[in-house]
Design a protein around this ligand. Structure first.
Ligand code: NAP
Ligand code: ZN
Ligand code: ZN
Length: 349
C-alpha cells in the first residue's frame, strides 16, 4: 500500500516528503492510520547517523498513536476504529528465551525495530511513524486505555516504557528515593511515573530555570548538577538514579549520591564513557552502574494501563510535520517542554 512519509536521505540532509510502499497486510497484521507521533531524541540520533548504522532513506518515529483502519483475518484483539499504539519494536522471533520472558527488546535473534530495521518475513526495510499509516503484526500493537489523550499518550510508547521498565525492575514504590538525570522527553516522563508509583523524586539538571516545571511534573527536589554544594547535600540519598543524558558525560559525580547498594541505570547513552568510572565508587558501598533498554510488549501494556489509571500523559508541544527539522534543532538545545508530538493530519497539507 502507498503511504506518504517524511524521510531523511542522508546524515546531513533535512527530512522531506517521501512516498513509499508498505506491505499489503498479512493475516496477523493491523493497518493503522497514524494520528500522532512523538519525536524521540533517538529519531535525531538515527536520522543523523550518530551511531553509524543508519540505512537511508530513513523514516523515523516510534511513538505512534493511531486508529485501526483494517485488520487481517487472524487478528483477534483489534477491530477497525480502535485507538492503538506502536512503540520501538514491530516484531521479534517469539521463541528465544528473552522473547519467552517477554523481553522482546533483547530478542536473541534481534528484534525488528519500527524503523531502520529489516522485516524478518519479507526482508524489506521498516519505516517509522512520520507517516500517515503503518502495518504492524497484532502482537506488537498496544491498546490505548479509555479516555487517554492520544497526543499526550504518544511519547509513552518509548519515553514511557523506557523509564517505566527500570522503575519496576528496581521495585520503586512508597518510600523509594529516586533521582532522574536530565529533564527532557524521558526525564519528564520518569518524574511523573516515579511520583505516581509513590516515590520521593529528585531531578538532577544542568539547566537552572527548569525548577518550577520539575516540581509541577512530580519532582520533590531539584539539584543543579553543576553545583558541588548541591551535589554534596544529597550524598548517600538515592536508591535508584535513572540517567537520561543522551551524550557522553561523567557519571562519577552521581555515584556518591547513591545509598549503599544503590543503582545508577543508564538509559540515555549507549557509547563509550569518555571519563573512566572510578571503581572505588562502586566497590565501596556495593553500588552498581547498569543499563536498561526500552521494555517488553506486555510491560508496555502494563505501563499504559497504569498511566490510564493514574492520569499520566506526557507534556507535549504539538507540531506539524513541516516543522520537524526546526524541532530537531530545538531538541539539540534542550528547548522542548517536554516532547514534540507531530499531528499527522499536517502530512496532507
Ligand atoms: P531529550 O528530550 O533531548 O532530553 C535529554 C535531556 O538530557 C535534556 O533535556 C537535558 O536535560 C539533558 N542533556 C542533554 N544534553 C546533555 C549533555 N550533553 N550533558 C548533560 N545533560 C544533557 O532526549 P530524550 O528523548 O529524553 O532521550 C534521551 C536519550 O535516551 C537519547 O539519547 C535517546 O536516544 C535515548 N533513549 C534510550 C532508550 C533506551 O531504550 N535506553 C529509549 C529511548 C531513548 P537538562 O537540561 O535538564 O540537563
Ligand atoms: Zn525513543
Ligand atoms: Zn526472540
Amino acid at each position: 500500500m502507498n503511504v506518504l512519509s517524511y524521510a531523511a536521505q542522508s546524515a546531513s540532509g533535512d527530512l522531506a516528503p517521501l512516498a513509499l510502499e508498505r506491505r499489503e497486510p498479512r493475516t496477523d497484521d493491523v493497518v493503522i492510520d497514524i494520528l500522532f507521533c512523538g519525536v524521540c531524541h533517538t529519531d535525531l540520533h538515527l536520522a543523523r547517523n550518530h551511531g553509524g548504522f543508519t540505512s537511508y532513506p530513513i523514516v523515523p518515529g516510534h511513538e505512534i498513536i493511531g486508529r485501526v483502519r483494517q485488520v487481517g483475518a487472524a487478528v483477534q484483539r483489534f477491530k477497525a476504529g480502535d485507538l492503538v499504539g506502536v512503540g520501538c519494536m514491530v516484531d521479534s522471533c517469539q521463541h528465544c528465551q528473552p522473547c519467552l520472558k517477554g523481553w522482546e527488546q533483547d530478542c536473541a535473534e534481534g528484534a525488528t525495530y519500527t524503523y531502520n530495521s529489516i522485516d524478518r518475513h519479507d526482508g524489506m526495510p521498516t519505516f517509522g511513524g512520520y507517516s500517515n499509516a503503518i502495518v504492524v503484526t497484532e502482537k506488537f500493537v498496544l491498546t490505548l486505555p479509555e479516555g487517554m489523550d492520544p497526543a499526550g499518550a504518544a511519547p509513552l510508547l518509548c519515553a514511557g516504557i523506557t523509564t517505566w521498565s527500570p522503575l519496576r525492575r528496581w521495585n520503586v514504590g512508597e518510600g523509594s528515593k529516586v533521582a532522574v538525570i536530565g529533564l527532557g522527553g524521558l526525564g519528564h516522563t520518569a518524574l511523573k511515573l516515579a511520583k505516581a508509583l509513590g516515590a520521593d523524586v529528585t531531578l538532577f539538571t544542568r539547566s537552572s530555570g527548569k525548577e518550577k516545571d520539575a516540581f509541577r511534573l512530580g519532582a520533590d527536589h531539584v539539584v543543579l548538577s553543576g553545583d558541588p554544594a548541591q551535589m554534596a547535600a544529597v550524598a548517600g540519598r538515592f536508591d535508584l538514579i535513572i540517567d537520561t543524558v543522551p551524550y557522553d558525560h561523567d557519571v562519577n559525580p552521581y555515584m556518591p549520591t547513591l545509598v549503599l547498594e544503590g543503582v545508577l541505570v543508564l538509559v540515555g547513552y549507549m557509547g563509550p564513557l569518555g571519563t573512566p568510572v572510578n571503581a572505588g565508587a562502586v566497590v565501596r558501598g556495593r553500588r552498581a552502574i547498569t543499563g536498561s533498554f526500552i521494555g517488553g510488549i506486555a510491560e508496555t501494556q502494563e505501563m499504559l494501563d497504569f498511566c490510564g489509571k493514574h492520569g499520566v500523559v506526557s507534556d507535549v508541544e504539538i507540531i506539524s510535520i513541516q516543522q520537524i527539522n526546526q524541532a530537531y534543532e530545538r531538541i539539540l538545545k534542550s528547548d522542548v517542554k517536554y516532547r514534540f508530538v507531530i499531528d499527522m493530519a499536517s502530512l496532507k497539507s
